[in-house]
Design a protein around this ligand. Structure first.
Ligand code: SF4
Length: 283
């Protein structure tokens, strides 16, 4: 895999529920066609030319050196670090990416910094080793459908849905915190599907984020999209309330945003204190 160097790595995110963020890879071989907002931004600023460039990821080779410099300066300010918003930290079939991500998580956890991870790939089982990776990280997958045809069209090179869910369930069964991002959720003209079926598949998780699909003309073409997303959001809320799952509905999905839920990732689950003495050992 090609490499690049960067001048900084940890940055304050503008995403509503997020705190600090790390993007240690440029590009993403999952090649999503929702479209991928990160790819659009990289194209706009001239970092890549096109989709073909985007799906050939380049790893930030000085990531760990940068972290060693930045962590001491920012440690007191960081509540949680998100991996990642403009790439995928457990990119499917790209071994070098998960290898580096594991080192980054280990490095952050060593300084008692919690990680919030999101992938369309597969989690390695080694994460169950909480002596190395800590106990208060939160591991998430994106699941917006169970429809293989939809996946092949919109996330062509990501991990199969079933494998993604299995790897998350494995971490859940080992006592780790898990979550699901159901964003960008498609309208029925893109995928005929039952939201309840998807929720039931991931009903073991601790937190769910739900959000509409943006920047896609097909969504605007779906006449009742506002009513559709309002109904979906309410279904998610009812499901989460019935199961005791924390949730956040992304802004702009419902007619009225609920600002109270945006903090669900900034505080540790059940307000657990992050300290090495609080670690439960499963590894
Ligand atoms: S997984 Fe995320 S970063 Fe990668 S192509 Fe898909 S939307 Fe973009």
């Amino acid at each position: 895999m090609k490499t690049i160097t960067r001048k900084s790595l940890l940055y304050k995110s503008g995403v509503e529920y997020a705190d600090y963020c790390i993007n240690h890879v440029e590009g993403c071989s999952h090649g999503c066609k929702f479209p991928c907002y990160a790819m659009m931004m990289k194209k706009r600023c001239g970092a890549i030319r096109n989709y073909e460039d985007w799906i050939k990821p380049k790893i930030v080779k000085n990531s760990l050196e940068l972290l060693n410099k930045e962590i001491p300066k920012l440690k007191g300010k960081i509540k949680v670090v998100h991996l990642s918003f403009t790439t995928d930290p457990f990119m499917y079939k790209q071994k070098e990416v998960p290898d580096l991500t594991l080192k980054i998580i280990e490095r952050l956890n060593k300084d008692n910094i919690r990680c919030m991870v999101l992938t369309k790939g597969i989690y390695p089982k080694v994460l169950k080793n909480t002596r190395k990776y800590g106990m208060n990280n939160e591991y998430g997958i994106t699941i917006v459908s169970l429809n293989k045809k939809f996946k092949n069209e919109y996330e062509p090179f990501s991990a199969p849905y079933k494998k993604r869910i299995e790897s998350l369930k494995y971490l859940h069964d080992k006592g780790l915190n898990t979550w699901v991002s159901m964003e960008p959720y498609p309208t029925p003209n893109l995928s005929e599907q039952d939201l309840g079926d998807i929720l039931n598949e991931v009903g073991f998780v601790d937190k769910i984020i739900f959000g509409k699909l943006n920047y896609n003309v097909e969504v605007s073409n779906y006449q009742d999209n506002k009513i559709f997303y309002e109904d979906c959001a309410n279904t998610v809320i009812d499901f989460c309330n019935s199961k005791g799952i924390e949730y956040h509905i992304k802004y702009g999905t419902k007619k009225k945003d609920d600002k109270k839920t945006e903090k669900i990732f900034r505080e540790p689950l059940n307000n657990e204190v992050y300290s090495s003495s609080a670690l439960r050992i499963y590894g």
